[in-house]
Ligand binder design. Structure first.
Ligand code: NAD
Length: 438
């Protein structure tokens, strides 16, 4: 099969590289010339474990190539995937479809067919209809089918997720399109990954419903964590106690500073807009969005409380800045709101992250960046663990305690047992357990 992947970001690059690893011939297209030139030199534009080797192997094998020339990529393809961004539209929070529809117009002008045009980007219900309309108007002669195939990979584990998905969702009413999609995913189908065929609109909604549900689960346990702090219970034990129930499941029950990242914040808000437009309100998701927004800033207040209620003139070191480990993605990371709250309260903020500093720099003005967590902690009044990178899981806490101005550790990811923190000479503050007096 010949596949064109339009948009070579976190999703497009990983999907394109994995498809080529299955033996398909893939051309990854992006309008960002610097990105394509870097990829041609073997330099990855993002940090994703295993990606560089996967790309190199398939480029060498002659199955994966990169270009800025969209028409050339589209002309040859049996399947054209749209994997461009769908950020929040400024002002109203609807999904900004300008990249998807812009790419569609370019595809339509280059299309000869027969081919499937597949939206892999997360798009609101009905976007497939609009993509189809543009294609029919621009290329009435071309034999093409518009399919929805939302992507569920997680950054940081993207390759494994793509190659071993829980399910593949394909939205189309056309048997011919379904047959091409079966061919595209045949290697995974042989691995017994469930392939779910449904209508295009249903497929579009599945993606939003999945993300909204996961965001709800996280927000639920975060609120339970607050209650645990108030009543002297332990949220980790509560999470284990409920998560072992098969009907609930243990995942997404880690209380923390609130969800962030490139998907949950924008997708929950876009889903609410769809619900509002269709007069079918989603009140639970409305609450989730509100609670999560408040929580991110509340984490800044938690740090200030740990400092005795006054942050002015204090130095605070944030360890881990990306929205989760194993990615350099800073989009909507909780660290952004925490830094803002601390700076608003008059604190100086330092930041350490193993991979995200370059992406963090423009988003976190006036933060001093460090490439070593111990250096970041030296002379600080508080250290805050914001992202649970592996390198932060076995810190020498005694060494940190010795060099700090005040030995305070705020563990927003419950990485360390409070007794270990206190045995190292640090005062522990965290999530979902009352801080000890003293
Ligand atoms: P991204 O911003 O990393 O990448 C998008 C790329 O598309 C950019 O490189 C941009 O230059 C390129 N682009 C835009 N318009 C183009 C055009 N007309 N022609 C060629 N290239 C064009 O975005 P992403 O994180 O990969 O997300 C893509 C989509 O996938 C979004 O809808 C997102 O919601 C969805 N998604 C993302 C994830 C994730 O973990 N990042 C997971 C599942 C789904």
């Amino acid at each position: 099969m010949r596949i064109a992947m339009i948009g070579t970001g976190y999703v497009g690059l990983v999907s394109g590289a994995c498809f080529s690893d299955f033996g398909h011939h893939v051309i990854c297209v992006d309008k960002d010339r610097a990105k394509i030139e870097a990829l041609e030199r073997g330099v990855m534009p993002i940090f994703e474990p295993g990606l560089e080797q996967l790309v190199a192997r398939n480029v060498q094998g002659g199955r994966l190539a990169f270009t800025t020339d969209l028409p050339a990529g589209v002309a040859e393809a049996d399947a054209i995937f749209i994997a461009v961004g769908t950020p929040s539209r400024r002002g109203d929070g609807h999904a900004d479809l300008s990249y998807v529809l812009g790419a569609t117009e370019e595809i339509a002008r280059a299309l000869t067919g027969p081919a499937v045009v597949v939206t892999k980007s997360t798009v609101p219900v009905g976007t497939g209809d609009e993509v189809e309309r543009i294609i029919r108007e621009t290329a009435p002669e071309a034999k093409a089918w518009v399919v929805s195939n939302p992507e569920f990979l997680r950054e940081g584990a993207a390759i494994d997720d793509f190659k071993r998905p829980d399910r593949i969702v394909v939205g189309t009413d056309s048997p011919e399109a379904a047959e091409i999609m079966r061919e595209v995913y045949r290697p995974l189908y042989l691995n017994k990954a469930p392939l779910i065929f449904t209508s295009r609109r249903t497929a579009e909604l599945i993606k939003y419903a999945a993300n909204a549900f996961l965001a709800t689960k996280i927000t639920f346990i975060n609120e339970v964590a607050d209650l645990c702090e108030a009543v002297g219970a332990d949220v980790q034990d509560v999470a284990r106690g409920i998560g072992l129930d098969n009907r609930i499941g243990p995942k997404f029950l880690h209380a923390g500073p609130g969800y962030g990242g490139s998907c949950f914040p924008k997708d929950t808000i876009a889903l609410l807009k769809t619900a509002e437009d269709n007069q079918a309100p989603l009140r639970i998701v409305e609450s989730v969005v509100k609670v999560n927004d408040l929580r991110k800033r509340a984490m800044g207040r938690k740090v200030i409380q740990a400092l005795g209620g006054e942050a002015r003139g204090k130095t605070i070191a944030l360890l881990g800045l990306t929205f989760k480990p194993n990615t350099d993605d800073m989009r909507d990371a909780p660290s952004i709101s925490i830094v803002q709250a601390l700076q608003d309260a008059g604190a100086s903020v330092r930041g350490y992250d193993p991979e995200g500093i370059e992406q963090a720099r423009p988003l976190l003005p006036d933060v001093d960046f460090f490439s070593d967590p111990y250096r970041a902690a030296e002379g600080a009044d508080a250290v805050v663990l914001v992202t649970e990178w592996d390198v932060l899981r076995a810190l020498d806490l005694k060494r940190i305690a010795r060099t700090m101005a005040q030995p305070i550790l705020v563990d927003l990811r419950s990485i360390y047992p409070p007794q270990d923190v206190e045995a190292a000479g640090l005062r522990w503050f965290g999530i979902g357990r009352p801080a000890r007096a003293g």
